[in-house]
Design a protein around this ligand. Structure first.
Ligand SMILES: Nc1ncnc2c1ncn2[C@@H]1O[C@H](COP(=O)(O)OP(=O)(O)OP(=O)(O)O)[C@@H](O)[C@H]1O
Ligand SMILES: [Mg+2]
Length: 198
């Protein structure tokens, strides 16, 4: 039975080979897939809440990949592995590791020099990492959880709500989220900062 996926606004399609990395063979619809991923992600969230991490740990490739692995390991064989194909976002897959290293270094600098507010450091990290698009899929959710980890563990602030407080209509939330990301592509961060706390 094939896997018939429906892609929403701003979603990254999987290659045929990536689809073959599905570990749960009973899944055939997007709804079943979303549910299985969500269960796995909840485990990863619990894990982030139970431990303490400093910035060296959080900004390491080991943590960043390890978090993606925990979020998707029950569902996808490639959980925690960098992508080996190009996507409509993120550029050359061979550049992923080096771009990520650059982001980690920049983020450490922002933290050390109070270069931005706590929220802005986390949200800028989120936007840069999802733009690099390290993984075949799950980059959006991984980037939001990374921002939650940064803002809570490194700054002692509550995790972001990502639209959950203010929006009744998920389609509207999605539209505003994607519009805010596009503004952030032009280094206009205000809309994404506001969305993150909405
Ligand atoms: N113009 C853009 N600039 C930066 N990021 C973008 C842009 N368009 C889309 N994105 C991000 O890429 C994500 C899609 O990547 P992917 O499908 O790997 O993530 P996901 O976790 O499956 O998606 P979701 O965010 O819906 O949970 C979007 O969710 C969004 O976060
Ligand atoms: Mg996706």
């Amino acid at each position: 039975m094939g896997l018939d996926l429906v892609y929403g606004k701003g979603q990254t399609p999987l290659s045929e080979e990536e689809k073959e990395g599905l570990l749960l063979k009973h899944i055939s619809t997007q709804g079943q897939l979303n549910e299985a991923e969500q269960l796995n992600i909840e485990e990863a969230v619990q894990w982030t809440l139970q431990k303490k991490f400093n910035s060296t740990a959080i900004l390491s490739e080991t943590f960043i990949r390890g978090l993606h692995k925990r979020m998707y390991r029950d569902v996808w064989r490639w959980a925690g592995e960098f992508r080996l194909t190009d996507k409509n976002i993120g550029g050359d897959w061979k550049q992923v590791a080096i771009l990520l290293r650059g982001l980690a270094d920049d983020c450490q600098y922002w933290i050390d020099h109070n270069h931005f507010s706590a929220d802005e450091i986390a949200v800028r990290f989120k936007h840069r990492i999802v733009s690099i698009h390290c993984f075949p899929n799950g980059n959006g959710r991984h980037s939001r959880l990374m921002a939650d980890v940064i803002v809570s563990h490194l700054f002692g602030k509550p995790v972001f709500s990502w639209g959950a407080k203010s929006y009744k209509d998920p389609k509207q939330a999605r539209e505003d989220y994607i519009a805010a990301l596009k503004k952030a592509d032009k280094d206009e961060m205000a809309a994404l900062l506001q969305f993150a706390r909405s």
